[in-house]
Design a protein around this ligand. Structure first.
Ligand SMILES: [Zn+2]
Length: 371
């Protein structure tokens, strides 16, 4: 009873679909991507074949096994991604487990980052996007589509480890705030902490010139969430992909494990804010899969079989707690319309090439009375 009252107090602005009279609790949305994190690790945890020096460039096999190995599959994936499996998979939904015939496929035919992020954010593949070059996206993302509305103006933001995102989201045209790559962090409540984070970023070796460490992306996004209260926050983490390309399976697993903690921090921070508590949904996915053998895991693309297979997870007050979804065939192109549908908007109506929302992810509320 008390909970119901509290929910109403904090989420007074429930979205109403005027066509159907449906109501949704989601007012804010957090979209998170983990670059190139394979479904193999998401559903199966650490891959035993790759936990060696020869196949995975692992520096300390015993310590890696102590942290991430368990014989039981469920236990093993929970060790790698504890928050994901203990909370999101129980209270939300996870799509992409091929062992139960749930297939999430990339449809752009390229299976690398720019085409993948554009497909996620725009809701359709574009065959003209054929490189990761810093070229402004001609297509409009669901973020920009939302941002054009007065109620979202200045309330959509992106924090990304990779410095190509300002081009993918086309910050010049969309006007969306994007903090990408090694750009300085801002919007901290405590300016001294802001200075310290930026000093640290300047001082650390830049292992990848175009990708900052995810800890900076996460710190900036968390502060922005607390101080600016965006309605739509996109957080794109990048380290999983880069450590895999560098052939370091130990650091790839570490990055996945840290990403899990970042997801938890973002969710718990949202729940700590009156503006976001009980009226925020979270969608998590990846831009592409990777290969599957001793060498293939490091890379992805048209030549690496399996790169088209990805996964999606959703958590929030409008998503039935169905856990691992079964017997489905869906695509990366359906993420954008799902993001919009959670916010009560029909993005797939914009044009016919946009994928429809993922079935069963947003609770149908036709029979619910207005509160
Ligand atoms: Zn890559």
């Amino acid at each position: 009873m008390f909970t119901a009252v509290v929910v109403q107090l904090f989420c007074l602005f429930m979205t109403v679909d005027f066509a159907t009279g449906e109501q949704r609790r989601t007012k804010n949305l957090i979209l998170i991507t983990l670059d190139g994190l394979r479904w193999q690790e998401l559903f199966g945890g650490a891959d035993q074949r790759l936990m060696t020096k020869a196949t995975g460039g692992v520096r300390d096999v015993e310590s890696l096994k102590r942290r991430f190995w368990a014989d039981d599959n469920a236990e093993r994936r929970e060790q790698l991604l504890p928050y994901f499996w203990r909370t999101i998979a129980k209270e939300g939904q996870v799509l992409g487990d091929i062992s139960v015939d749930c297939h999430v496929r990339v449809t752009n035919g390229r299976y690398f980052s720019y085409p993948g992020y554009s497909e996620i954010l725009c809701g359709f593949p574009d065959s003209k996007i054929n490189s990761n070059a810093k070229r402004y996206n001609k297509n409009v993302t669901v973020l920009e589509w939302l941002h054009r509305r007065p109620e979202y103006k200045g309330r959509v933001a992106a924090f990304t480890s990779w410095d190509v995102f300002p081009y993918i989201i086309n910050d010049k045209r969309s006007g969306i705030y994007i903090n990408a790559g090694w750009r300085e962090l801002e919007f901290f409540a405590d300016k001294q902490r802001e200075v310290e984070w930026n000093d640290l970023a300047r001082t650390l070796p830049k292992y990848w010139p175009g990708v900052r460490y995810d800890v900076f992306t996460s710190a900036g996004a968390l502060e922005y969430l607390k101080t600016q209260r965006p309605r739509v926050l996109y957080v794109a983490l990048g380290e999983t992909d880069d450590w895999a390309h560098d052939g370091r399976y130990d650091l790839y697993l570490d990055a996945a494990n840290r990403s899990d903690r970042i997801i938890q921090d973002l969710w718990e921070t949202a729940q700590s804010l009156e503006s976001h508590r009980n009226c925020t949904s979270m969608v998590i996915t990846t831009d592409h899969g990777r290969g599957d053998d001793r060498e293939g895991w490091k890379s992805h693309g048209i030549l690496q079989a399996g790169s088209d297979h990805i996964w999606i997870a959703v958590l929030g007050p409008d998503t039935p707690a169905l856990g691992i979804r079964r017997n489905m065939e869906v695509t990366q192109s359906q993420v954008a319309a799902t993001v919009a549908q959670l916010l009560g908007e029909d993005y797939s109506a914009v044009n016919t090439q946009i994928g429809s929302p993922l079935p069963g992810v947003v609770r149908q509320l036709e029979n619910t009375k207005r509160e």
